[in-house]
Design a protein around this ligand. Structure first.
Ligand code: PEP
Length: 249
C-alpha cells in the first residue's frame, strides 16, 4: 500500500509561490507514488484546489477554530476551510502547543469541530526534550492522545491520522532512533486499543515527523507499523520533497 506523505509548509509561501511550486511539482509527480497530503497556509488553499483538480492529492489546512460562526476576529472556522477545498486539518502541532499555548482540551475541541465539518484530522503528538530525558515519553503520548480523542466514537478514528512528532526533533536536524520510533508506535497503538478496540489499535494510521530530509528519508520507509511521514522544512523545495516521496515509495 502506498505510504502517506504529508508536506507541512508551515508559514511559508505566498499564493504565487505555492502556484509556482505546484506547477513544477505536478509536472513530475505521479499520483500512485504516495497518499499525498499538502498542508499549506490558508491563503494558498484556493489556488491548490484549482491546480489539484482531477488529481488524487489531498489538501490540508494547518489550523482550525474550535467554533463556527462566532464573533472571533481573526479566526478561521472549519466551515470556511472545508469551503475552500481542504480535506484535512492539522491539529495539535507542537508549534501551536508551544507558541500559541494550545492545550489538549483545545485540541479535543478542534478535532470535534473539524470532524463536524467533514474534515479528516492529522493529530500531532510528541514528547518534549524534558519528557524524553525524564523517561516520560510514553506517559506524555498517552495523555495527549487520550485527552485529544475524548468523546469520539470508534468509527471516527477512520478519519484521523496520528502524527508522532517528538518536539525536540521538529526543525532541529535531530531524529529518534528506529527503536525509539517503534516503541512510540507500539504505545500509541496500545492506547488506542485500550480506549477503543484492538481493531482500532491495529488500523489507526500513524506517521512520523521531525527533521526528515532527502538524505535520511529511506530510514523511515521500512519501519514496522509506520504508515508514512510528515515533512516540514524539507518539503519547501519541490525537488527535495520529490526525492523524499521516492525514498518512501
Ligand atoms: C513539522 O513541522 O511537522 C515537521 C515535521 O517539521 P520538520 O520536518 O521541519 O522538522
Amino acid at each position: 500500500m502506498a505510504k502517506i506523505v504529508i508536506a507541512n509548509f508551515k508559514m511559508h509561501k505566498t499564493e504565487n509561490e505555492t502556484k509556482d511550486y505546484l506547477i513544477s511539482f505536478l509536472s513530475k509527480y505521479e499520483d500512485y507514488k504516495a497518499k499525498l497530503i499538502l498542508a499549506v497556509p490558508f491563503t494558498s488553499l484556493p489556488i491548490c484546489r484549482f491546480l489539484l483538480k482531477g488529481r488524487d492529492i489531498a489538501l490540508c489546512a494547518q489550523n482550525i477554530c474550535e467554533d463556527d460562526d462566532k464573533g472571533y476576529t481573526g479566526e478561521i472556522s472549519g466551515k470556511m476551510i472545508a469551503d475552500v477545498g481542504a480535506n484535512y486539518v492539522l491539529v495539535g502541532h507542537s508549534e501551536r502547543r508551544t507558541k500559541f499555548k494550545e492545550d489538549n482540551k483545545t485540541v479535543n475541541k478542534k478535532i470535534k469541530n473539524g470532524l463536524k465539518n467533514g474534515l479528516s484530522i492529522i493529530l500531532c503528538v510528541g514528547e518534549s526534550l524534558a519528557d524524553k530525558n525524564s523517561m516520560k515519553t510514553l506517559a506524555t503520548l498517552k495523555s495527549q492522545i487520550e485527552e485529544a480523542l475524548k468523546g469520539l466514537y470508534e468509527n471516527e478514528l477512520e478519519n484521523i491520522i496520528i502524527a508522532y512528532e517528538p518536539v525536540w526533533a521538529v526543525g532541529s536536524g535531530k531524529t529518534p532512533t528506529q527503536k525509539d520510533i517503534e516503541m512510540a508506535l507500539k504505545s500509541i497503538r496500545k492506547v488506542i486499543e485500550e480506549d477503543f478496540s484492538s481493531k482500532a489499535g491495529k488500523e489507526i494510521k500513524i506517521v512520523y515527523g521531525g527533521s526528515i530530509t532527502s538524505k535520511n528519508a529511506s530510514k523511515f520507509a521500512n519501519i514496522v507499523g509506520l504508515d508514512g511521514v510528515i515533512v516540514g522544512g524539507a518539503s519547501l523545495d519541490n525537488n527535495i520533497f520529490m526525492q523524499i516521496i521516492n525514498a518512501m515509495a
